[in-house]
Write a new protein. Structure first.
Length: 304
């Protein structure tokens, strides 16, 4: 998992600690000493007393995706794809009031000398995933603008002008996607495939975070790492590694500019519903938003 941060330094995230403790009590787990590994769209806690990771959605839109996340996790396990695994003998999901909590086997990390996940591993996992037969419970059709629109509706921090800009961008991208000519047939996709959603285990990298899984264009799964190369100051060219492993360079395709704009819009709006609950995201979010408005090539940093 990612390096834990202290929730003691983020008091607005204390509600997630309360939910964690209630969830663990409900299923007989010990929450003492649990560390907050990440809190953007989901609060992700690693338990100390058990090799279990607890995932708590941070917004209504994310909670609505939990049944799909469970379906995808079980589908990938059925086909033995390298991915995080649900804990089978715990409720999936556990519902506590408005919250839907899931429990996962904590990934056993590799040795200290093991390299971080890279584009070679991502390209291989995507190649395998795109070749799988679809799950028996059909995946929803790819519709990223629906989720983005939900997040825009939930936001409570923007000025009316900034809010309208986001609505106008939804319309702009809707028209662009409608005119896009695919180069590959649609099928099961991860929906948010980049090296940040790989975890290095003792047996190799596994993929996580299935909130964006759908039946849609495989080109979309190749877009995040390409945009990451263009927007982030990564020391490694993960995009070229994916190209070499998967065999396709999505940036040479005529539809890439549309998907690049969509991916950047997604990265700008992804944390809107939790900005007020997690103000530590605000500085980087504002930088991304301003850069996206200007349609410039400024470098962005990962949310912390």
């Amino acid at each position: 998992m990612t390096q834990p941060t202290s929730e003691d330094t983020a008091p607005t995230a204390n509600w997630t600690r309360t939910v964690l403790e209630s969830a663990c009590t409900e299923v007989g787990l010990d929450a003492d000493g649990a560390t907050l590994a990440k809190f953007t769209n989901n609060a992700v806690y690693n338990l100390t007393a058990s090799p279990i990771t607890v995932r708590i959605p941070g917004s209504t839109a994310i909670r609505q995706r939990v049944p799909k996340v469970i379906t995808v996790a079980r589908w990938l396990a059925l086909h033995d794809l390298p991915a995080v695994r649900l804990v089978d003998d715990l409720p999936q999901p556990l519902r506590l009031g408005e919250h839907t909590i899931t429990f996962w086997h904590t990934v056993t990390p590799g040795s200290p000398t093991t390299s971080s996940p890279n584009g070679i591993e991502l390209g291989e996992i995507l190649r395998q995933l795109h070749a799988l037969p679809p799950p028996s419970d059909p995946l929803p059709s790819w519709n990223p603008l629906h989720a983005i629109s939900q997040r825009i509706q939930e936001e409570d921090v923007l000025s009316p002008v900034d809010h309208q800009f986001l609505l106008d961008t939804v319309e702009e991208l809707s028209e662009g996607l409608a005119s896009m000519q695919p180069m590959m047939p649609p099928g099961p996709i991860h929906g948010d495939a980049f090296t940040g959603n790989l975890i290095q285990s003792s047996a190799g990298a596994v993929i996580c975070d299935f909130d964006g899984a759908a039946h849609g264009p495989p080109e979309w799964d190749l877009t995040p790492v390409a945009v990451g190369h263009l927007r982030m100051d990564y020391a490694t060219n993960f995009h070229q590694q994916v190209v070499d492993t998967y065999g396709i360079d999505v940036t040479t395709w005529s539809g890439f500019p549309i998907l690049r704009r969509l991916r950047e819009f997604q990265l700008v709006t992804s944390v809107l519903p939790v900005l007020s609950a997690n103000p530590s995201l605000n500085e980087q979010w504002r930088h991304r938003f301003t850069s996206f408005q200007r349609n410039d090539n400024a470098r962005w940093s990962p949310y912390r």
